[in-house]
Design a protein around this ligand. Structure first.
Ligand SMILES: Cc1ncc(COP(=O)(O)O)c(C=O)c1O
Length: 439
């Protein structure tokens, strides 16, 4: 590393304990398949596929080649009043991956922007149909929808709201989350208990009146808060209540989209079709930032009104549909399709389930949850030191060759789909060894 690399002070790290990190840095300087490479030449198995975003592994040659070619051919083009071929092609490919009927794609640069876009589209849709009073958004406790004002308003992670809650959109309310340890601890896949929790939506409708509610937004599986898996029947019931009251249902699939739960989107996995899907992360294998929303034909159509020469939606980002991001996305989808990696994700999921649940009797483990190629091992917190035990697991994991992810005292894993069965076993056995060492 050169001298500048050794100066860690200028970079203000996101969602990180900056002062602690800068005294105990964990650095990666390369990526190769399912591994990060450290500056001192070690390999760390990438247990969370980056931040849930690199299911094809790092430096995938097809994506590298597509990005290289694109940057030399068309490095930037606006998508305001101009088009370029790859943005139309990529939108069509994304729409083909989505459930039937969701066929228009609005691009953003991140999940947070995609969430804000989805909320704005929902409100604009009702406005266009003459229901301008439908402005309320219903989110859910423990939800993570990114860090935009829309996302923190609909989101339900207390730490993200504590300071910024006052900036929150005025018309929001929240469903209860679905995690009830006494009913579902150590469930495999979707818990059997909890479908009735969706009925809380009826209470919110009674409280606020349907005529004020634009949309309900939920992550089909809550990822960032620690892999909270939807109870059997819960999403179906939310769908049914939304339909009955003319409320749009938005699935935030920033984590679950593009194969993570063994189908293109969680919507297809659970057989529930929302009105809008929010995606990001794995859409480009994390190589170039990109997000977006996929909307139902009827939502798009409702806005395609008035004189043909007027702008229908006053919304967009300079980099919406950036050519290099689209090239990375097309290469990602090509590889996923050619190698059947969504099917591979579905095939590996039972193995991951079996392996992580074998940690049940290990020290400090109080719950294990899994859905598709995602799992969480929740540890008892040390008295008065929330997060300290999981941090020690993380640090010992790095020493043992794993890059894990922890939030509070939960360890989450979401391995790359290109992993071998041996790599998944090795990850879990290494984690077992670490848990046995941690006090
Ligand atoms: C469900 C969900 N929505 C939105 C976001 C925000 O995405 P980004 O960090 O790209 O803004 C995330 C990020 O983890 C997420 O998990």
């Amino acid at each position: 590393m050169n001298a500048n690399t050794n100066d860690l002070s200028a970079f203000w790290m996101p969602f990180t304990a900056n002062r602690y990190f800068k005294r105990h840095p964990t650095l990666v300087s390369g990526g190769q398949g399912a591994y990060f490479l450290t500056p001192d030449g070690r390999r760390l198995y990438d247990c969370l596929s980056g931040l849930w975003c690199t299911p094809l592994g790092h430096c995938r040659p097809e994506i590298v080649a597509a990005v290289r070619a694109q940057v030399g051919e068309l490095d930037f083009a606006p998508t305001f009043q101009v088009g370029h071929p790859k943005v139309f092609e990529f939108a069509s490919r994304v729409a083909r991956w989505a459930p039937q009927g969701l066929n228009h794609v609005f691009f953003t640069n991140s999940g947070s922007e995609a969430v804000d876009s989805a909320l704005k589209i929902a409100v604009a849709y009702h406005h266009a149909r003459g229901e301008a009073g439908r402005v309320r958004i219903i989110g859910r406790e423990r939800a993570y929808h990114g860090v935009g004002i829309g996302g923190i308003s609909a989101g339900g992670i207390a730490a993200n709201r504590r300071v910024f809650g006052a900036l929150s959109a005025p018309f929001v309310d929240h469903l209860p989350h679905t995690y009830e340890p006494s009913q579902m601890r150590f469930s495999r896949g979707q818990p059997a208990w909890g479908a009735h929790l969706a009925d809380n939506l009826e209470r919110l409708v009674a409280l606020h009146d349907a005529s004020t509610i634009a949309a309900v937004i939920v992550e089909p599986m809550q990822g960032s808060t620690g892999v909270i898996v939807p109870p059997v029947g819960y999403l179906e019931r939310l769908r049914e209540i939304c339909t009955r009251h003319g409320i749009l249902l938005i699935f935030d699939e920033v984590i679950t989209g593009f194969g993570r739960v063994g189908a293109n989107f969680a919507a297809q996995r659970v057989g529930v079709t929302p009105d809008i899907i929010v995606f990001a992360k794995a859409a480009t294998n994390g190589v170039i930032p990109l997000g977006g929303t996929i909307v139902r034909e009827s939502i798009y159509d409702a806005l395609m009104r008035g004189p043909e020469q007027t702008i229908e939606l006053f919304h967009g980002y300079t980099y919406s549909g950036h050519p290099i991001a689209c090239a990375a996305g097309l290469a990602t989808i090509d590889v996923m399709e050619k190698e059947g990696l969504v099917a591979r994700s579905a095939q590996l999921a039972p193995l991951l389930e079996q392996a992580v649940h074998s940690l049940r009797e290990e020290p400090h483990v109080i719950d294990i949850r899994n859905f598709g190629m995602a799992a969480a091992v929740e540890l008892a917190a040390r008295d008065g030191q929330p997060g300290a035990r999981a941090r020690e697991v993380f640090e010992r994991g790095v020493e043992a060759g794993l890059l894990l992810r922890f939030t509070a005292d939960t360890i989450a894993v979401a391995p790359p789909f290109i992993s071998s069965e041996e790599e998944i076993h090795h990850m879990v056995e290494t984690l077992r060894g670490v848990l046995r060492k941690v006090s």
